[in-house]
Ligand binder design. Sequence first.
Ligand code: SF4
Length: 508
Amino acid sequence: MSTLEPTVIANPETLKSDGLGCHSGKEQMLTAAKAAGKTITLDQYAKDYPKGPHDQPQSMCPAFGSLRVGLRMRRTATVLSGSACCVYGLTFTSHFYGARRTVGYVPFNSETLVTGKLFEDIREAVHKLADPLHYDAIVIINLCVPTASGVPLQILPREINGVRIIGIDVPGFGVPTHAEAKDVLAGAMLRYARTEAEAGPVAAPRGGRAAKPTVSILGEVFPVDPVGIGMMLEPMGLAAGPVVPTREWRELYSALDCAVVAAVHPFYTASVREFVAAGRAIVGSAPVGYDGTEAWLQAIGIAANVEQAKIDAAKNRILPAIRGALSKMPIKGRITLSGYEGSELLVARLLVESGADVRYVGTACPRTPWSENDRSWLEAKGIHVQYRASLEQDLAAMREFKPDLAIGTTPVVQAAKQQRTPALYFTNLISARPLMGPAGAGSLAMVVNAALANQSRFDAMDDFFAGVGEGDNAGVWQEQPQARPEFREQYKKKAAKAAKASKVEEPV
Ligand code: SF4
């Protein structure tokens, strides 16, 4: 039996509907969550993931980021606690990404939520699942409604049968983007692993400890990028360490055991906090393009106390190859770029060094110290960098700069194609390829040039479909739809009359 008091919900009205956090009632949800004991967590999120210039960029449910980090890992189970429609959407997306892992779900209804029984159900589910034969860790994610009702995951046992239990709150009203939700779980795992390592010996990496000091890579990168980074580091007597988020639990220890952390994605605030607590130096930006690689090697060398001659040797080895790859694959054309992955500024640097005329870079992520070099490099070239960019800002940039190619999120790409501008999805087509070193320069140019060459196809398509209709006239019709503005006018008058009448009848 639980010794817990039943969870008190400050404003049960806010929690009645599925998926409410996405659409409305955000302030009420936040107030309810704070009244239900989540103040410390939510205040920390507000500090780690500052909002503004507006509340929240339009992107997918943030919890997907945490889910994805859990799904990456071997011997890790993820359990979602939230509304059925949210869980359906999240698991659907995880299957779409080919995760091939089971996601557990603890359903609830008004009664189990209000009485605190939901927490008991979660605890029972976790106990049933915690089999050390199959799992190193179980992650439980509170979505919007359970967070707002204060389901206290933090009092779950820290481990059951040797299986680590990690409960996190990832509400859409507290974590702005799915990128930052990755950090919520990665940071929680690093914290857990750090306390384990501080308490005594921990499991060694599968291939044994690295002979050289390592550079851990913070941020998901294309699989060949760590190999390229390893080659760049070699003349400095350094090796590439694990990528965080990691693929298995024991990699967390080796990630913490590094000499320097390369924060190639700049939004991992909670994870950086753990590395700093472990005494590690953090270096921002990434080895992209000529200038980016030169500055990055210098910063890594200094952070790892490497003598200047060796840093120069590393530069001399790789920089000519990067210059060669960039000049062999030039990009010609005006480009606007936006996304929510966190690598937008890096991609923009590479495009500029390839010769592209980049005018605007929008990112859903916040401004942090780890993208400062990229921001100042881009701005020095007259490029507008927009942090926490909204869809409206991305679209306005496209209208203003009239690019030959728009790289962006789904709605940006759709709008670009509608105005016969070639467009590429950032997430699927740009961030899912190598970016670092010579490999990055060549691979990005290939996809961008192919898209730029598509203008004539867009013109032909637009001419072909000319006159099929737009907005409420779009679609396949037997006859050409006729606009009937007089009907709309009539309904408007009737509605106004009805509203006036109901006002008169209102009791005083
Ligand atoms: S959990 Fe995600 S999908 Fe569900 S209400 Fe919150 S933000 Fe929306």
